[in-house]
Write a protein that binds this ligand. Structure first.
Ligand SMILES: CC(C)(COP(=O)(O)OP(=O)(O)OC[C@H]1O[C@@H](n2cnc3c(N)ncnc32)[C@H](O)[C@@H]1OP(=O)(O)O)[C@@H](O)C(=O)NCCC(=O)NCCS
Length: 175
């Protein structure tokens, strides 16, 4: 993957978004674990993954993780990952987060676009994700990218007892 400047519009990888000047996207690896895990704990609190699980994700050959970074010194301001086993036809957005100070600058959208590119490269036909029903911001991002709600898992998020909304994007015609 080439490094990419964040995009401003859905489905337009490569275009620039002036709100995110100075932030670039690159492939993540296990050297990024400390910074990613610090953001994970801060952003997701009771829903945060364990450090071991995050490490597993970063080294899983079926996963593609990216980070959004600022330079001098390089600092991670967002990350996201997709599980896209080649040949399965399905991909799952595993996680996405940006730090509060970097939000609403198009960074989340470019991370998602980058994950969708990776899913297409793995020949996925469908991309799935789960989102808390009380997270309208993330759902707005996903809807704007074309994801549609296909189901609900009641009480999936514990201990908060919040439903998970399952969303799907068909990308089979966009290879
Ligand atoms: C969801 C999240 C990744 C979005 O990141 P971001 O960098 O702010 O996203 P962007 O600036 O690219 O915004 C993308 C879209 O998200 C929606 N959005 C973002 N912030 C919003 C807000 N404060 N109010 C309403 N919609 C919002 C909008 O649809 C926006 O598109 P627009 O700017 O064209 O209107 C970020 O808010 C976050 O990390 N949240 C906490 C973790 C989380 O909920 N992750 C998702 C788990 S399923």
């Amino acid at each position: 993957m080439s490094e990419q400047t964040p995009t401003g519009q859905p489905g337009e990888p490569g275009s620039t978004d002036p709100r995110s000047a100075g932030i670039r996207i690159r492939r993540a690896d296990q050297a990024d674990l400390d910074q990613i895990f610090a953001i994970e704990v801060d952003v997701f609190a009771s829903d945060a993954w364990s450090r071991d699980l995050m490490h597993h994700e970063l080294v899983d050959k079926n996963c593609h993780y990216v980070v959004a970074v600022t330079d001098a010194p390089e600092t991670i301001v967002g990350y996201g990952g997709v599980l896209a086993p080649r040949g399965s036809g399905d991909a799952d957005i595993q996680t996405i987060a940006t730090i509060p100070a970097a939000r609403r600058r198009g960074v989340g959208r470019v991370i998602m676009n980058e994950l969708l590119v990776a899913a297409r490269e793995a020949r996925a036909q469908r991309v799935f994700l789960e989102v808390r029903a009380d997270n309208p911001i993330a759902m707005g991002l996903y809807r704007s990218l074309g994801f549609a709600e296909i189901g609900v898992r009641e009480g999936y998020y514990q201990p908060d007892n919040v439903d998970a909304v399952i969303m799907r994007l068909d990308i089979g015609g966009q290879q």
